[in-house]
Design a binder for this molecule. Structure first.
Ligand SMILES: Cc1ncc(COP(=O)(O)O)c(C=O)c1O
Length: 374
C-alpha cells in the first residue's frame, strides 16, 4: 500500500541534497573545528559555510547565528538568556510556553478566535522589569502568521528585546530578521528537510544574552560544546534550498492546500477551517469536522496510508486537547474534532485528491456510527 505523508509541520524527510552534503562529514571531514591542524580547519570551513548559508536564509550576518541542538534549545536560550520578566502568548509551542512558565510572573497574552495576538495587548502587558517579548512567527498547529513587525516595533519603543520562534516560518514565508525588527529568532533544520537535532538562534549583533550551557568558548560563548558539524552542514544545505527554491515551492503547496480544503468542504458538511480568518502559511490546514472525534479519523486515515495529525506531534498520543485550539475559544469537543494537514515537498495533486476521497469516505462512515452528528 502506498503511504502518503501530510504531517510536515511535525517533521520533514531529509532531502537527497542534504543527505549528500552530510555524508562526508561523518567519515572524511571529522576534525574538531577548534583544532588548529588541517583536519580541524577543514571542519571549521564547513561550519563557517553552513553559518553563512543559514544567515543568508534569515537576512542575517554569519556572526549573528548561534547553532543549537534544535528549535527547543534556541527558544530556551532566548527566554532564559534574556533573564527577566517575559511576555509571550497562549498559542506558543511548548518550547516557549514551558520555558516561560519557569519564570516567575511571566505574562501570557491571549489571542483572538483566529489565533492572532493583538499588538496593543502586548504593549499593555509591558512592565518596568520586562526584558523580553516572545511571539511565534507562524503557529505550528494553525499555520497562522502573527503581526510580528508591529510587535517588534512596540518592543523597540519600550527598550525590550524581541524574540520570535520562527521554526514554522522558515521555508514557508520570506524571513528577513532586519525587516521584522527582531533581536532573536529561532529556527530548526528538521522542518526544512534538514536533519533533526540541529537548529539556530539568530542573535542580533550587540544583544546581551546569558548562555544556557557553560564550557568552552564555542559559538561566541553562547553555546558551549563541540559543534555538530554534520548537522550544521545539513542545515546549511537545507537553508540554501530555502534561499533558492522555497518561494516557488511555497506557491505550489498553497495551490495543493487550497485544493485540499476546497475539495473536502465541497463534499463534506460541517467542516470549519480553524484559524481560517487570519493570514496563514500555504502548507497548513487545520480542519474541524462536526460530530467527529479526530482520533478514530486519524487512525482510519493512517490505515489507508495517509499520515495526518490531531494537533501538534508533542500532544498526539496524549488525550489532553490542544492548548492552541483551547486558546482560540474552541470547546473540548470542538478541539477533539480537529485535524491538522500539513503539506511538503513530496505531496502531489494525485495524493491530495486521494486524501480528499479518503477523508470523505471515513468521515461519512464515522458519522454513521456517531449519533451525535445530526
Ligand atoms: C513552532 C515550533 N517551535 C519549536 C519547535 C521545536 O523544535 P525542535 O523540534 O527542533 O526542538 C517546533 C517543533 O515542533 C515548533 O513547531
Amino acid at each position: 500500500m502506498a503511504r502518503y505523508y501530510f504531517d510536515h509541520n511535525a517533521t520533514t524527510p531529509v532531502s537527497p541534497e542534504v543527505f549528500q552534503a552530510m555524508a562526508p562529514l561523518m567519515t572524511e571531514v571529522y576534525g574538531n573545528p577548534s583544532s588548529i591542524h588541517q583536519f580541524g580547519q577543514e571542519a571549521r570551513g564547513v561550519l563557517d559555510e553552513a553559518r553563512r548559508s543559514v544567515a543568508g536564509a534569515l537576512g542575517a550576518k554569519a556572526e549573528e547565528i548561534v547553532f543549537t541542538s534544535g528549535g527547543t534549545e534556541a527558544d530556551n536560550l532566548a527566554i532564559f538568556g534574556a533573564a527577566g520578566h517575559v511576555i509571550t502568548t497562549t498559542v506558543e509551542h511548548p518550547a516557549v510556553l514551558q520555558a516561560a512558565a519557569q519564570i516567575p510572573s511571566a505574562t501570557f497574552v491571549p489571542v483572538n478566535q483566529c489565533g492572532v495576538v493583538d499588538p496593543e495587548a502586548v504593549r499593555a502587558a509591558i512592565r518596568p522589569d520586562t526584558r523580553l517579548i516572545s511571539v511565534m512567527h507562524v503557529n505550528n498547529e494553525l499555520g497562522v502568521i502573527q503581526p510580528l513587525a508591529e510587535i517588534a516595533r512596540i518592543a523597540q519603543e519600550a527598550g525590550v528585546l524581541m524574540h520570535a520562534d520562527g521554526v514554522q516560518a522558515l521555508g514557508k514565508i520570506l524571513v528577513d530578521v532586519g525587516e521584522l525588527g527582531v533581536d532573536l529568532y529561532s529556527v530548526s533544520a528538521h522542518k526544512i528537510n534538514g536533519p533533526k537535532g540541529v537548529g539556530a538562534l539568530y542573535v542580533r549583533k550587540g544583544t546581551e544574552l546569558r548562555p544556557l550551557l557553560y564550557g568552552g568558548p564555542h559559538e561566541r560563548k553562547l553555546r558551549a560544546g563541540t559543534e555538530n558539524v554534520a548537522g550544521a552542514a545539513g542545515f546549511g544545505r537545507a537553508a540554501k534550498w530555502v534561499r533558492e527554491e522555497a518561494a516557488a515551492e511555497v506557491q505550489r503547496q498553497q495551490i495543493l492546500r487550497d485544493r485540499l480544503e476546497q475539495g473536502i468542504r465541497a463534499r463534506v458538511e460541517g467542516v470549519h477551517v480553524n484559524g481560517g480568518g487570519a493570514a496563514r502559511v500555504g502548507n497548513t490546514s487545520n480542519l474541524r469536522f462536526d460530530g467527529i472525534d479526530s482520533e478514530p479519523l486519524l487512525i482510519a486515515l493512517d490505515l489507508k496510508g495517509f499520515a495526518v495529525s490531531s494537533g501538534s506531534a508533542c500532544s498526539s498520543g496524549a488525550t489532553a486537547p490542544s492548548h492552541v485550539l483551547a486558546a482560540i475559544g474552541l470547546t473540548k469537543e470542538q478541539a477533539r474534532s480537529s485535524v491538522r494537514f500539513s503539506l511538503g515537498r513530496s505531496n502531489t495533486v494525485a495524493q491530495v485528491d486521494a486524501l480528499i476521497d479518503a477523508v470523505v469516505e471515513v468521515v461519512a462512515r464515522l458519522r454513521k456510527l456517531a449519533p451525535a452528528y445530526v
